[in-house]
Design a protein around this ligand. Structure first.
Ligand SMILES: *Cc1c(COP(=O)(O)O)cnc(C)c1O
Length: 391
């Protein structure tokens, strides 16, 4: 049944909802592809009755280290813990300063504050949504211990500039790569460039488990060794507490499931990139490129599109219209961290980071998961087109 939802004599709300019948992220579609392998992996772990760390986690650590291109990978309980453990292993603590972006998930700056160190925010670049490397140096003081760039939405931050500054000032770089596994900066895997790379296996990330999970990557053998001790209560040998650690381990069940998914990761990212290209073509053919700013297709890096986030001045109205058309969207993120109550004690004010604040008013993430069909992508763009024809 061909319904031309663009025909101008239809009313704006007559968009056929069935055409756009899609969730924001369809994890069931991915699961259907690999269900047998996943169930075999789960059965293998249950049969072994070995649930915490162990051979499945060891194997995943080796596979992720090779995939990212680093010497060591250390599994832990979540991406948030990966950020926390990386800083603990580097020795960041009270009164240290860590430079990061206010346009990110709360755990980025939260992990710094949790160690009683000071998150120091620097504004983002309006086109990439990542830390504006030109503004970092002015924020470096004698107490700065690290820069924590976030490769937001799956697009690498400018690592050449960040690594150069870190070398010059002798400070660490902790990559928040929670949204960016598989992306590359000039051929090098994200998470292999800084002192540590921090990954999340939260189900909605590009490599998602069946629950929480995380991993830290590094080329530094001493940091790797400390991470292995810190995640098990700071004890290298049972009941011998060398460091003040925590309980943050990766479950064997998660590791076994992630090992099934890892070999598919590049193909899934390719599917996301293909969908991003299809969006670009569709937005151009519908003459919408003046109304929406689309994510940059980078030249020096690969984008893995954990999110496909556009910028639109009438964001809330457009989101409401799309909801009426049955098209789900999300806002990542509605508020920059420097104005959130948990960070009020840092003393920042609205207006301090205008690019991050504008992004929070204008970003809208569209469905981008690899299993989307061209028909579904077309329905999204046609519904957006309808919004501009009627407003
Ligand atoms: C998801 C995410 C985290 C936290 O990961 P969890 O596994 O959910 O703890 C940290 N930083 C960013 C940018 C994220 O997207």
């Amino acid at each position: 049944m061909a319904i031309d939802i663009l025909s101008r004599d239809e009313s704006p709300l007559s968009v056929e909802p069935l055409l756009a019948n899609m969730p924001f992220l369809d994890l069931k579609a991915q699961y259907r592809e690999i269900r047998g392998e996943i169930l075999d992996a789960v059965t293998r772990v249950l049969d072994s009755q070995h649930f915490i760390l162990g051979p499945e986690v060891d194997a995943l650590e080796h596979e992720v280290a090779e995939y990212v291109g680093v010497e060591f990978a250390i599994g832990c309980a979540s991406g948030s813990d990966a950020l926390l453990l990386a800083q603990m292993a580097i020795g960041i603590g009270p009164d240290d300063e860590v430079i990061t972006t206010p346009f990110t998930f709360g755990a980025t700056a939260g992990s710094i504050a949790r160690l009683k160190a000071l998150p120091v925010f620097v504004d983002i670049h309006p086109d990439t949504f990542n830390l504006d490397e030109r503004k970092i140096e002015a924020a470096i003081t004698s107490r700065t211990r690290a820069i924590m760039p976030v490769h937001l939405f799956g697009l690498p931050a400018n690592m050449d500039a960040i690594l150069e500054l870190a070398r010059k000032h002798n400070i660490a770089v902790i990559e928040d790569a929670a949204q960016a596994i598989g992306s590359r900066w000039k051929m090098k895997g994200i998470g292999s460039l800084g002192t540590c790379g921090c990954f999340s296996f939260f189900p909605s990330k590009n490599l998602g488990g069946a629950g929480d999970g995380g991993m830290i990557t590094t080329n530094d053998p001493e940091i790797a060794q400390r991470l292995r001790v810190l995640r098990v209560h700071g004890a290298r040998h049972k009941y011998r507490y060398e460091l003040l650690g925590m309980n943050s381990r990766l479950d064997a069940l998660q590791a076994a499931i992630l090992r099934v998914k890892l070999p598919h990761l590049d193909a899934w990212a390719e599917g996301r990139r293909r969908n991003a290209d299809t969006y670009r073509t569709l937005f151009a053919t519908h003459d919408l490129t003046d109304q929406l700013a689309l994510p940059r297709a980078p030249e020096t890096s690969t984008h893995v599109y954990n999110q496909f986030s556009v910028r639109v001045p009438q964001r809330d109205e457009l989101q409401g219209h799309l909801r009426d058309c049955g098209i789900p969207t999300e806002v990542y993120y509605p508020s920059p961290l420097h104005v959130e109550p948990a960070f009020a004690y840092l003393g920042y004010r609205r207006g301090d980071f205008p690019n991050a604040e504008a992004a929070c008013r204008e970003v809208l993430s569209l469905p981008i998961y690899p299993e989307l069909t061209v028909k579904q992508l077309t329905a999204v763009v046609q519904a957006i087109s309808r919004f501009y024809q009627c407003s």
